[in-house]
Design a protein around this ligand. Structure first.
Ligand SMILES: *Cc1c(COP(=O)(O)O)cnc(C)c1O
Length: 359
C-alpha cells in the first residue's frame, strides 16, 4: 500500500522494528538516556537552543500545550488562519477564555503578511500571534519568516503550528524567533503517532511564568523538572520514543539540508506530474507546500469514488478535502519516508483511476 496521506506517514522498516521492542521502565536509566539523546537530536533539526519537550499526545495536544502554557484568560491573541488547522489553532485559546481576534484568509490563499502588520499596528493590546506554518488542509506554506519578523517588530509572542513542516521544510526556529513551535511524530518524522514535540523560547518561559490558563497534563514546568531527571511527568508513549531514536538517526545521517531538498524535489515532481495529467493545483504554485499537494477536483470527478478506486484497485491511499473543501479537492502527502519512485507510482495510479471515477 502506498499510504500517501499527510499523516500518519509510512515508517521505514528499521523504525517499525524499534517500535516493536520490549517495554522498559520509563523511570529507569535506559529511558533517561533515550530521552536525552532524542531531545538533543531534535534541537539540531529544530535548529534551536531552546528547550524541547516531547509530550505524549497528538499534534493538537502540542497546540493546546503551546496556548495554555503561555496565555491567561482575557489575553488578546491574533489567530491567523487560511484553512482547517488555522481555525483549530484559533479555537483552542477561545476555549480557554482568551479574546481571539481572527484574521482569516480565503482557503487556498496564504496568510498575507501586510494584513498581519496592519492588525498588529491597530491593536497594541495583542499579546500573541498564532500561525500555521504549513496549512495541510489546503497545501500551502505560509511565509513564516516574514510573519514572525513582523510579529517581533511589535514584540509579540509567536506560537507556531509546524506540525506538517518541521523536519521536512526549512524552519530555523531561533533565527526566525519563533517562541513555541509544535510538531508531531506521525508527519515528517517517519514514526507512528503518539508524540508531540514542542520548543519553548526564553520569551515563552517569561510568558509562562505569568500564564494563568488552567493546565495539568501539559504543564511545561512539570515537563522541565522531569526532563532534568531524564523523565516525563506521566508515562510516555515509550514505543514511539524507540521509533523516534532510529528515525532521527536516519534524518541526521541524510542531513537536514538534504532532507529539505528531497522534499522540495519530490513536491515539485508531484506538482509537475499532476499538471501533466491535465489537473490543476488548488493553491497558486508559488505558495504550494513541499509536504502536501492539494489538487482541484475536475468538475466531473467524484472525489469519494476516486479515492475508493485508488485504494481498492491501485493500493494508493490519498486524502480528500477537509471541512468545506470536502469533494472539491484531493490531497497527496509526500513527507517523511518518501522518494520520487513513490510519487511515480502514485501519479500512475491517479491517471488510471481518474476516468473510472469521472462522469
Ligand atoms: C496533522 C496536523 C494537525 C493535527 O495533528 P493531530 O496529530 O491530528 O492532532 C495540526 N496541524 C497541522 C498543520 C497538521 O498537519
Amino acid at each position: 500500500m502506498q499510504l500517501r496521506i499527510p499523516g500518519p506517514t509510512p515508517c521505514p522498516p528499521q523504525v517499525l522494528k524499534a517500535v516493536g521492542s520490549q517495554m522498559i521502565d520509563h523511570r529507569g536509566d535506559k529511558f533517561a538516556q533515550i530521552i536525552r539523546d532524542v531531545t538533543e537530536k531534535l534541537k539540531k533539526l529544530f535548529q534551536t537552543k531552546n528547550d524541547i519537550f516531547i509530550l505524549t499526545g497528538s499534534g493538537t495536544g502540542g497546540m493546546e500545550a503551546a496556548v495554555i502554557n503561555t496565555l491567561s484568560p482575557g489575553d488578546k491573541v491574533l489567530a491567523l488562519s487560511c484553512g482547517f488547522f488555522g481555525d483549530r489553532f484559533a479555537e483552542i485559546p477561545e476555549c480557554y477564555g482568551a479574546e481571539v481576534k481572527r484574521l482569516n484568509f480565503e482557503w487556498g490563499k496564504p496568510v498575507d503578511p501586510d494584513a498581519v502588520r496592519k492588525a498588529l499596528k491597530e491593536d497594541a493590546s495583542i499579546k500573541a500571534v498564532l500561525v500555521t506554518h504549513n496549512e495541510t488542509s489546503t497545501g500551502i506554506t505560509n511565509d513564516l519568516k516574514t510573519i514572525s519578523a513582523i510579529a517581533k517588530e511589535y514584540d509579540k509572542l509567536v506560537l507556531v503550528d509546524a506540525i506538517s513542516s518541521l523536519g521536512s521544510i526549512e524552519l530555523p526556529v531561533d533565527e526566525w524567533q519563533c517562541d513555541v513551535v509544535v510538531t508531531a511524530s506521525q508527519k515528517g518524522w517517519m514514526v507512528p503517532p503518539g508524540l508531540a514535540m514542542v520548543s519553548v523560547s526564553e520569551k515563552a518561559w517569561q510568558a509562562h511564568a505569568k500564564a494563568k490558563m488552567p493546565r495539568y497534563y501539559w504543564d511545561f514546568t512539570k515537563a522541565k523538572s522531569y526532563l532534568e531527571r531524564g523523565q516525563t511527568p506521566w508515562t510516555p508513549c515509550v514505543s514511539t520514543f524507540f521509533g523516534l531514536t532510529v528515525a532521527l538517526d536516519m534524518l541526521l545521517a541524510e542531513g537536514l539540508n538534504s532532507v529539505i531538498a528531497r522534499h522540495a524535489r519530490i513536491a515539485n515532481f508531484t506538482r509537475q506530474g499532476v499538471k501533466s495529467l491535465g489537473l490543476s493545483l488548488f493553491p497558486e504554485e508559488r505558495y504550494a507546500s513541499n509536504t502536501v499537494t492539494a489538487v482541484k477536483a475536475p468538475e466531473k470527478l467524484t472525489v469519494s469514488k476516486f479515492l475508493q478506486v485508488l485504494r481498492n484497485e491501485y493500493q494508493v491511499e490519498l486524502s480528500g478535502g477537509q471541512g468545506n473543501l470536502s469533494g472539491k479537492i484531493f490531497r497527496i502527502g509526500h513527507l517523511g519516508w518518501v522518494q520520487e519512485k513513490d510519487m511515480k507510482e502514485v501519479l500512475k495510479a491517479i491517471s488510471k483511476a481518474l476516468p473510472k471515477a469521472s462522469a
